[in-house]
Design a protein around this ligand. Structure first.
Ligand code: GUN
Length: 293
């Protein structure tokens, strides 16, 4: 039987320690504040934004949830971000991705004050991560994956890691984190155009699936004894579920789990870690901005 990596428990532990830090800051009159911006009404994005807002409040942070119509213009969004950059009550700014198609997401990311860029998507933070600068704000999902490996004492030093997916949100920063000194993995980044993907994936001691395609990786992609981190959160139709859908990962869990040393379930694996890391990043940003570091 593989170890099922329990993201809910690890995330709860991380959030408890973040809540302690928040309490200490509040005792000094500083309340960390996070602004989450959502354009449009994409159901999964709305659910994520609601969950970020709720967790923020539960931990004692100030949360500002800004839900704007999909018709919001680039100019209006940039104006809003300029206001948040200048607002001393806000220490973290997140614009939920993906935005509507008329929005230039790269320009939006560049407009966010890099010190408030709790997503770690700003070019200065991307560069800081590549340079292994400890002050970098690091993207939450890959940071959460690394935390899970640490929490379960899964060694990365010298391990062969294969990251499937090359997004700015997960794949690229995940590869950089695993490659960095201290983590010391040997990293391959694969993607939808990789020749003989299954053979590449079978090289992995640690396989990170982040391509956003339901159950795309099967038993043929995993070698015996591998650790599988499934970042995918895909809604698939399920008439038997009262919501009409259920969540599945990028990995075919039932086919893969018996081969693994350890595997993250979906839901309850990586998902809760993303929010926990966002809370941690917001507190870090707050401390840096208020001189409390
Ligand atoms: N959409 C899916 N994951 C994320 C994330 O980590 N940050 C943002 N801003 N959007 C997302």
């Amino acid at each position: 039987m593989p170890t099922f990596i329990d993201g809910k428990t690890i995330a709860a532990r991380s959030q408890a320690s973040t809540a302690d830090e928040i309490a200490r800051l509040r005792a000094r009159g500083i309340t960390p504040g996070l602004a989450v911006v959502l354009l449009g009404d994409h159901p999964a994005s709305r659910a994520y934004v609601r969950s970020k807002d709720k967790t923020c409040r539960e931990l004692g942070m100030y949360s500002r949830k800004l839900e704007l119509p999909a018709s919001t213009t680039q100019e209006e969004l940039l104006h809003l971000i300029a206001g948040l950059n200048a607002d001393p009550a806000i220490h973290g700014i997140l614009v939920q991705s993906p935005p509507p198609r008329h929005i230039d997401e790269a320009a939006v990311v560049r407009a966010i004050d890099p010190r408030k860029d709790v997503d770690g998507f700003h070019p200065l933070n991307v560069a800081a991560l590549a340079m292994e600068d400890p002050s970098a704000l690091v993207p939450c999902t890959p940071l959460g994956c690394l935390e899970l490996l640490r929490a379960y004492d899964i060694p990365t030093r010298g391990a062969r890691a294969v990251v499937v997916g090359r997004s700015l949100i997960v794949g690229k920063p995940m590869a950089m984190l695993l490659l960095a000194k201290g983590a010391d993995a040997t990293v391959t980044v694969a993607h939808s155009r990789t020749a003989d993907l299954a053979a590449v994936c079978r090289e992995a001691d640690i396989l990170v699936a982040a391509l956003g395609r339901p159950k795309f990786l099967g038993a043929e992609h995993v070698r015996d004894g591998a650790v599988v981190i499934d970042v995918g959160i895909n809604r698939v139709e399920d008439p038997a579920d009262p919501r009409g859908y259920r969540l599945v990962g990028d990995v075919d869990f039932d086919a893969v789990a018996p081969k693994c040393r350890a595997i993250t379930p979906v839901p309850g694996g990586v998902g809760p870690m993303t929010i926990a890391m966002l809370m941690g990043n917001t507190v870090r940003a707050c401390r840096a901005l208020t001189g409390g570091e």
